[in-house]
Each structure stands twice: as structure tokens, then as C-alpha cells.
Write a protein that binds this ligand. Structure first.
Ligand code: GLY
Length: 436
């Protein structure tokens, strides 16, 4: 079967790895990702040019397309492929609104009385923002309604000093039409520990993956600016050390109910649903949905999947998704990023990766924002390489991932603390304090 993966990063690299033995693999990517290039027939091109991607798929007689990132979904790539009767793992433009339009998402929770929502309001003028925030006693989160590549959300107490700064930022979002809408969404700030559940959905049935926890802060000890995610871990029982079975199940129930609500309101949701949750004293609350795998969290879950990826994808597009199974192992992913990331960026420098040595240690390398050139692999301005260790316990995966990082040379840094006992214990202690 001819399968095309659209996208250029580590997320798409791990998707390609999960398919390569079972399909005739094609890829469409903006940079030459060396990991994807060596296992697929590839075409270099802008993934946002959805008409071109669809034409390429038609000309190559592709039977199924897997879309890695949210931006082409928001542009309607699935609908474009449908014109040629090509099936996609990814929601159509209407169903993708669960990520691309945050007011659609929150309204859905309200209309269908879905559990796990947060207090929110959508604004399109300054006066209402001022009136609301003058009367609101708690800290808030300010979000553009549309897509901003993960850079638009600002939290009082983190990026913003107080609710007055929240007012100023909310006005800026409206003035600049950040994310494509002259609207801003202001939400209650949920307090707790964040966790991720990714799930496969055929529009009716939903099969979840093990929970994972990302680390958005650039520096050790959860300090520094917020990034795309510096690494993540998952545990051998599919839960997290601070997350109970019931809390995991409660979050999955929210996702199952959401899929049925999306079907009723918009369209069958066929693809990956990424739920970012906050575990609060009142249980899991939905922070946001993404319409694709998490990055880095996909590097925790796909390597543990026992059900062949192609069977899962066929189940999604045919509406016959069955329970997907995963091995009982823990995993730790650490991202190596260019020095200065996410601010000053030392892009376009040569890196050296001793993959043979890393593989001999049991580590896995997934290439992200790098470019294969004639004389080697070069960084770009974003996260460069995800390194994954898998073991019986989180600490085993951590040791493999950390040792593997020694065999990658270049102007790069990573967070050594991700997956280490001290940091995992800090999460558990935090939740224990909140539960009191
Ligand atoms: N881990 C953050 C994201 O995938 O959006």
C-alpha cells in the first residue's frame, strides 16, 4: 500500500519509522530530514501548499496520507485530498476546528455539557475585557483564538505579571489579529500538573495511548522561557507517577465524549486527538486539544505500540478502529536544541550523530528541524534531535536517553533533568500538596 506522510520533523520521523516495514512509504517535507529521507521516497516542498501536496499524492497513486502537523489541517488538506478520493489520517477542516478555533472548542464543551472544562469568555472589544478582568479575582490565561504555532498563549504568574498585563496582551491579540481572528479567549488558570493523552479516533471510537508528560521550559528545574517542549516521559503502566487510573480514565472519557460532540456539531473526527490536561484538585481539566500527535510525546508512545501502525491507520479511515495495544515499558525523550533556543538562534551549524553507538546502547534517534546537506547534517532554528530511551522503569529509559546524548556533537544543549527521579518526585509532591 502506498502511504504518504506529510511533514518534516521528529514527529513525522517517528510516524515513518512505525510504518516503514509494512508500506510503500512516501514523504512530503520542507527540509530534508535525514531520518525520513533514508526510509521513504521523498519530495521536498512546502507542506502548506496543500493543492501541490494533493496533486503529488494523486500523481504517485498514494492510497492514504498521514498529516503530521496542524497547519496543513487548518488549511483543509484533508478536504483537498478527498477531491481525489485519497483517504487521510487527520481531521477535515471542519473537525480540525477543535484545535484551529479555540472558541469552537470551548463552546462545544459548554453546549454538550462535557466534563473537565474551564471558565472562559471570548472577547472582541477592549471594554468587555476591562469589565470582565476588573471583576475577576483569580489569575487568567490569555489565548489567541486561532493557530499561532504554540507561541500565543500567555499565563498570568508565568509570562504575564498580573491581570492588568493580561488586559494589555489581550488587546494586542485583537489589534494584531493574532492567530487570524480579531478575538481573544480569556480562561481561568488551572492549577496542578499538566499531562498529555494522545488517542486514535475513527470518528466514533477512540483508543488512547499511554499518558505522557512534556517539559515546556527551556532550562533545568523548569526554568527559562516556554519552548515547543524539551522532552517527555511515559511510565510502564500507561499512567504517570502522579496520575491515578481513575484520573486517566476520566480524561479519556472527556475525549470520548468530545469525539461524539464533534461528530454531531461538525463532522466525523478521523485522526489523532491530542488532549493536554491539567490534573487539578478537582480532577483532569482540558487545557486544549490538538488535531495531531504531540511533539515530543509521540516519541514516547509510537515506539511502544504493539499493534501495527498501518492497521491502526486503516481502522481510522475505514471507521473500524479497534483497541490499540502498547508494551509495558517506560520511555524518556530528550530534545537536543541549538544553543540559545528558543531566543538567540545559532542556526545552520554542523552536527555529528553517532547513530551506531546510540543504537548499540538501545537509544533511538529522531531527527527534527535539521537539514541534510552534501557534507552533513545542519541545524535550523528549532529543536534538532529527539533521543529516546525505553526501559522497564522511567529511570532505565532516562539513563539510555542521557547516555545517548553524549554521542551527538554540535552547538546543542538539552535538559539533563527530564526523567530523573528528583524531577519526577517533584511532580508527585506537587500533586500530593494539591490533593490535600
Ligand atoms: N507537546 C506540545 C505539543 O505537541 O503541542
Amino acid at each position: 500500500m502506498k502511504v504518504l506522510v506529510v511533514g518534516t520533523g521528529a514527529r513525522e520521523h517517528v510516524i515513518c519509522e512505525s510504518l516503514k516495514d509494512d508500506v510503500d512509504l512516501y514523504s512530503y517535507m520542507s527540509n530534508i530530514n535525514p531520518g525520513i529521507a533514508r526510509i521513504s521516497k521523498y519530495k521536498q516542498g512546502n507542506e502548506l501548499n496543500i493543492e501541490k501536496v494533493a496533486e503529488y499524492a494523486k500523481n504517485e497513486n498514494i492510497e492514504m496520507v498521514i498529516i503530521g502537523s496542524e497547519a496543513p489541517l487548518g488549511k483543509g488538506i484533508v478536504d483537498e485530498l478527498e477531491k481525489y478520493e485519497i483517504k487521510s489520517v487527520g481531521p477535515n477542516i471542519n473537525a480540525a476546528r477543535i484545535e484551529t478555533d479555540k472558541s469552537f472548542m470551548r463552546d462545544l464543551f459548554e453546549e454538550y455539557k462535557l466534563p473537565g472544562s474551564l471558565t472562559f469568555k471570548v472577547f472582541d472589544n477592549y471594554e468587555d475585557i476591562n469589565n470582565f478582568l476588573d471583576d475577576y479575582d483569580n489569575e487568567v490565561v490569555v489565548k489567541p483564538v486561532g493557530l499561532t504555532g504554540g507561541k500565543g498563549v500567555k499565563i498570568v504568574g508565568d509570562h504575564l505579571k498580573d491581570n492588568n498585563e493580561a488586559k494589555i496582551y489581550a488587546k494586542k491579540i485583537i489589534d494584531t489579529k493574532m492567530g487570524g481572528f480579531s478575538q481573544v479567549i480569556i480562561e481561568e488558570k488551572a492549577i496542578g500538573e499538566e499531562f498529555t493523552i494522545q488517542a486514535f479516533s475513527d470518528g466514533e471510537n477512540l483508543s488512547p495511548m499511554p499518558a505522557a508528560q512534556d517539559h515546556p521550559h527551556a532550562f533545568e528545574g523548569d526554568n527559562g522561557p516556554i519552548t515547543g517542549g524539551m522532552g517527555s516521559y511515559s511510565d510502564n503502566n500507561g499512567l504517570l507517577p502522579f496520575l491515578t487510573h481513575k484520573e486517566y480514565d476520566d480524561a479519556v472519557q472527556i475525549m470520548k465524549k468530545s469525539i461524539l460532540a464533534i461528530k454531531d456539531k461538525a463532522s466525523h473526527y478521523k485522526g489523532i486527538l491530542y488532549g493536554q490536561f491539567m490534573l487539578t484538585k478537582d480532577g483532569p481539566k482540558l487545557i486544549e486539544y490538538n488535531a495531531r500527535f504531540g511533539d515530543p510525546e509521540v516519541m514516547n508512545t509510537l515506539p511502544l505500540m504493539e499493534t501495527p501502525m498501518i492497521d491502526v491507520c486503516n481502522g481510522i479511515v475505514d471507521g473500524k478502529l479497534k483497541k490499540v495495544s502498547f508494551t509495558d515499558k517506560a520511555s524518556v525523550c530528550k530534545y537536543l536544541v541549538p544553543d540559545g533556543y528558543p531566543e538567540t538562534k545559532y542556526a545552520n551549524t554542523l552536527i555529528r550523530v553517532d547513530e551506531e553507538k546510540i543504537n548499540s546502547l538501545g537509544g533511538h534517534v529522531y531527527y527534527a528541524a535539521v537539514n541534510q546537506k552534501e557534507y552533513g547534517i545542519y541545524t535550523s532554528s528549532s529543536r534538532a534531535i529527539g533521543v529516546v530511551g525505553i526501559g522497564d522503569r522511567i529511570s532505565d529509559g532516562e539513563k539510555i536517553a542521557e547516555t545517548s546524548c553524549n554521542y551527538i556533537q554540535g552547538n546543542l544543549y538539552h535538559r539533563k533533568d527530564i526523567g530523573k527521579k528528583e524531577l519526577v518526585d517533584k511532580r508527585v509532591d506537587h500533586i500530593n500538596e494539591i490533593r490535600i
